[in-house]
Design a protein around this ligand. Structure first.
Ligand SMILES: Nc1ncnc2c1ncn2[C@@H]1O[C@H](COP(=O)(O)OP(=O)(O)O)[C@@H](O)[C@H]1O
Ligand code: SF4
Ligand SMILES: [Mg+2]
Length: 345
């Protein structure tokens, strides 16, 4: 069966005045219709570059290598006319910061109608208008909101409008890049629930990009953790959070304070140091300068993404030498366990 999306060895290099920036390095995964995958990682790990490449939205001088198939069609060599059709009716993207993405001088309804009109030129004004009402309803907004300008809506409502626009042409795949990051937690939960319901109802594929592993673990069938442009761990969403098999995934999962735990709130178990600069990557495992369990060979051997023992056995892959040897990826004297994560073994 043809996958909705099939990515093989995707490598993306920005080429600019300040040299070549290898932002994504050898990423491979596939996605079926109705499936959700989360992409987690710190800022700069290559998540947005990966997301934008799927719709060929990167600057034209960017070098993209590897294979990118959408329903079996090659995105990288697709003619522009076909790509335009795929951009709305095949796959669409929800960006962070709806206020900046929406046009402040056009009414909401007009903005949702635009892609419908472009992709269905024979559709009459009445049919377009009722489709806009239907979309507003799907994202939990009353029809009269179509008359509003963006500044008349709250942040959460604007993000709902962005989702309505992304759904306008009934896409098979949605790419949501930090779509709820700017929202407060209550609104974030509502918008996430909305996305979850829509994906289930319409059997869409969803790629959800976030720096927050806990959100992804909750939302997604599968989660891939990126570091320095590579996928360093992938597995089933919840198991990735509760039983990580890469020290970076473990640190990312512990980086958020635990509700009801004052110590965790005062002293969140973040990760020391900064991610590497893509133009100056460390030798061996790119995580070794920050890794709490690094050993001698970590600075000389580049770990491949290989199957490791975990509760989600058939799905889990980790690019960590220690995990591949079946050893614990947690330091022997950790901060006292305060979260739902597995105790140190
Ligand atoms: N247009 C660009 N030109 C050169 N480098 C870029 C450009 N956009 C992003 N980068 C670099 O590529 C890397 C990955 O960035 P990005 O994909 O935005 O990461 P993330 O979304 O995970 O924060 C970063 O080092 C970033 O500085
Ligand atoms: S390979 Fe070594 S440095 Fe890299 S994550 Fe595993 S233990 Fe840490
Ligand atoms: Mg980003």
């Amino acid at each position: 069966m043809t996958s909705l999306l099939d990515i093989q060895d995707l490598t993306i290099t920005y080429r600019g005045a300040r040299g070549h920036v290898p932002a994504v390095r050898g990423v491979s995964f596939s996605l079926q219709a109705g499936e959700t995958i989360g992409i987690a990682g710190e800022s700069g790990s290559g998540k947005s570059t990966l997301g934008m490449s799927l719709l060929r939205l990167l600057p034209k001088e960017t070098k993209v290598e590897g294979e990118l198939l959408f329903n079996g069609e090659d995105i990288l060599t697709m003619k522009f006319g076909r790509l335009r059709a795929v951009r709305w009716s095949g796959a669409s993207m929800i960006f962070q910061g709806a206020m900046h993405a929406l046009n402040p001088v056009h009414r909401i309804g007009q903005q949702i109608a635009e892609p419908i009109e472009v992709h269905n030129p024979s559709m009459g004004a009445k049919a377009v208008s009722s489709r806009v009402t239907e979309l507003l309803d799907q994202v939990g907004l009353p029809a009269w909101r179509a008359e509003n300008y963006p500044h008349e809506l709250s942040g959460g409502q604007r993000q709902r409008v962005m989702i309505a626009m992304a759904l306008a042409c009934d896409p098979e795949l949605i790419i949501a890049d930090e779509a709820t990051t700017a929202l407060d937690v209550m609104v974030q939960a509502q918008v996430l629930q909305l996305l979850r319901d829509l994906v289930a109802e319409r059997q869409m594929g969803l790629i959800m990009i976030s720096h927050d592993l806990s959100v992804l673990a909750d939302m997604c069938d599968r989660v891939a953790v990126m570091y320095a442009g590579q996928i360093v761990e992938v597995g089933q969403g919840h198991a990735m959070f509760t039983a990580p098999r890469h020290p970076y995934g473990a640190a990312l999962g512990s980086a958020f304070p635990v509700i009801g735990d004052p110590e965790a709130r005062r002293n969140p178990r973040g990760l020391a140091g900064d991610p590497p600069v893509p133009t100056d990557l460390p030798s061996g495992c790119p995580f070794h300068p920050r890794c709490p369990v690094a050993r001698d060979d970590c600075s000389t051997t580049v770990p491949e993404l290989l199957p490791v023992k975990a509760p989600d056995e058939d799905l889990r892959r980790s690019a960590c030498l220690v995990a591949q040897d079946g050893q614990s990826i947690r330091p022997s004297s950790p901060v006292p366990p305060t979260s739902t994560q597995e105790p140190v073994t």
